[in-house]
Design a protein around this ligand. Sequence first.
Ligand SMILES: [Zn+2]
Length: 322
Amino acid sequence: MKKDNRQSFSARVKAELIRLPAGKSCCMLSEISALTMTSGHLAFRGGGWLSVSYRLEDAGTARRLFLLLKKRLDVNPTLHFTQTSRLGGRRTCVLTLNGEDARTLLDALHMTETDENGQIHLKRTVPRHPMTRQCCRKAFLRGAFLGAGTVTNPEKGYHFEWKADDDHLPRMLEKLLEKCELPFHTYMRKGQQVVYLKGAQQIADMLALTGAGQSVLEMETIRVGKQVKAAAVRAANCDEHNGEKMLDAAQKQAETIRQISLKQGLFTLPPGLQAIARLRLEHPELSLRELGELMDPPVGKSGINHRMRRLMEIGENLNAGG
Ligand SMILES: [Zn+2]
């Protein structure tokens, strides 16, 4: 695939994902389920008449979903575009399934049930699709990323996220990420729930899981480039003596943090101090400035110096108190 630098990294990952083969029948349904959770809307018009529509900003994702629906469920979505009235507003693709087609979809996603009179009712408003196979979990994570995900350009940082208006998607993602053994975090932002991954390795693993192999390579190339650059800057900035001094200080910090951990537990520290303490233990070789960059959100040099001084004071007080 040709790399288009005008596109964001996130858009390049999506461009790669939408070109992947539709996959096995079980996986197609998982991906449809994820896109339904992230971008689907259910409408009731009385008399049992239902429709499901998907609003997607990315035309490529809309095309992929269109094909998945046709291929897996043999339904015929209609497609139209809406444009927000704001100047420069985004064009949104709207895929709609009406009547029988909507019912076929809801049945496939286990959202309907039939009563004793043979009437079909909506059982739940969220897809429930069992994902016992790893192949289907990957397909779901891919669909959820296409529908509600973004990933930061690795030149700028390492952050991969899904966002959702309610907690159905976050709960599903949490379950899947646990199964895939990918450490994740959650937080609220402007009324939305965000599930995110941090760290180059976790994000590379995630991209690989969804099938974005090309993007993993691109990310690794950038990451190696950054490491080489950081090493060169370090070599230029500090002579051997300074380097040794830095390592001595780092070792002393790690030792103090271990003492705090043993005597009172790191969890007793305020979150900001806890985070820097854990990072120092994980990365005894990094300078304070580099540790600051690993923080989420990143902390500047003076902030990180201040926090480390507080940690050292806590350590000294503990020692003084026995
Ligand atoms: Zn599958």
